[in-house]
Design a protein around this ligand. Structure first.
Ligand code: C2E
Ligand code: MG
Ligand code: MG
Ligand code: MG
Length: 287
């Protein structure tokens, strides 16, 4: 009898599907604990204005200092956060922490023009999302134009009527919105024209094969022209080499983000960068 039970138990935990469930529940429990114990941290990655080398802003990127598992990157825990709904308190924490950091940099005599914060689908569809965002910004003493929200193309396109209302309300408050990972979802050109957002972030996948791949060059060039035609600015993500930078620069991209300029960094390092002068990346730009 004992042997039989033993075998059943073995099967319960060796079944890959059950194992995944057990693992997800464990992560979820740890995540609740970590939210209460301040074990998430933010790194910030510069967004570089290509005409000047100025830091036009930084993107806040969440990391989890998991006491058992070590430092975890978003791709390894955001799916669990999404599924469990914990992305909502986590997402609000990211916004509030970004605002606190803005004030801290200010206090130290360094100003970052704005911080871009990623907003998940679950957050976007929370009731009163705009009020919640505005409340956090004002309670920390920041101005709305110091925060930019990044939403993916898929989220923005999934319920256009609701999206238009939310984006219009955000725009009234002075909060700009970027369409993140542009080109990886399915955008309707019609809706793109009518959605009140401000910035198109061109996904890294279009940059990877620059400059050799003529197809990629043509796509990036078209996206930039298209964005400008709609009166929107472009941020090109994932620039890793001088050649990619030269290409995007020559095609008229407005802003670039990528390891070539800087990896995501802790607030102290960003502070040093900001303190080093008004255009810390100008020496890296093509002539
Ligand atoms: P994302 O919003 O598209 O952010 C850019 C990601 O690309 C970051 O990865 C960044 O480190 C990485 N990256 C930037 N430049 C380069 C480059 O030159 N080469 C390469 N290979 N990668 C580059 P990270 O920090 O791992 O974040 C991954 C994704 O997780 C983000 O993609 C975003 O969708 C999500 N995420 C991160 N933080 C948050 C958050 O606070 N809330 C929400 N909802 N999502 C977040
Ligand atoms: Mg983003
Ligand atoms: Mg992105
Ligand atoms: Mg991306």
């Amino acid at each position: 009898e004992a042997k039989k039970n033993g075998r059943n138990q073995f099967r319960l935990f060796s079944d890959p599907m059950n194992q995944r469930v057990v693992e997800r529940l464990a992560l979820e429990t740890e995540m609740r604990f970590s939210l209460e114990n301040n074990e998430f941290v933010l790194d910030y990655q510069p967004l570089v204005e290509l005409s000047t080398g100025r830091v036009r802003g930084v993107e806040a990127l969440v990391r989890w200092q998991n006491p058992k598992r070590g430092l975890m990157m978003p791709d390894s825990f955001l799916p669990v956060a999404e599924k469990s709904g914990l992305i909502i308190p986590l997402g609000f924490w990211v916004l509030e922490e970004s605002c606190r950091q803005i004030k801290l940099w200010e206090k130290q005599g360094m100003s970052v023009e704005r911080v871009a914060v990623n907003l998940s689908a679950r957050q976007m569809w929370e009731e009163n999302i705009v009020d919640s965002v505005a409340d956090i910004i004002s309670k920390t003493g920041c101005r709305c134009d110091q925060i930019e929200l990044e939403l993916t193309e898929t989220v923005l396109m999934s319920s256009v009527e609701k999206t238009v209302k939310i984006l219009s309300h955000l725009a009234e408050l002075g909060i700009e919105v970027s369409m993140d990972d542009f080109g990886t979802g399915y955008s309707s050109l019609y809706y793109l024209r009518n959605l009140p957002f401000h910035i198109i972030k061109v996904d890294k996948s279009f940059v990877d094969d620059l400059p050799q791949d003529a197809g990629s060059v043509s796509l990036i060039s078209s996206i930039i022209a298209f964005a400008h035609g709609l009166g929107k600015k472009t941020v090109v993500e994932g620039i890793e080499t001088q050649q990619q930078l030269e290409c995007v620069h020559s095609l008229g991209g407005d802003v670039a983000q990528g390891y070539y300029f800087a990896r995501p960094m802790n607030p102290q390092k960003i502070g040093k960068l900001l303190a080093s002068g008004p255009t810390p990346f100008s020496h890296m730009l093509p002539k």
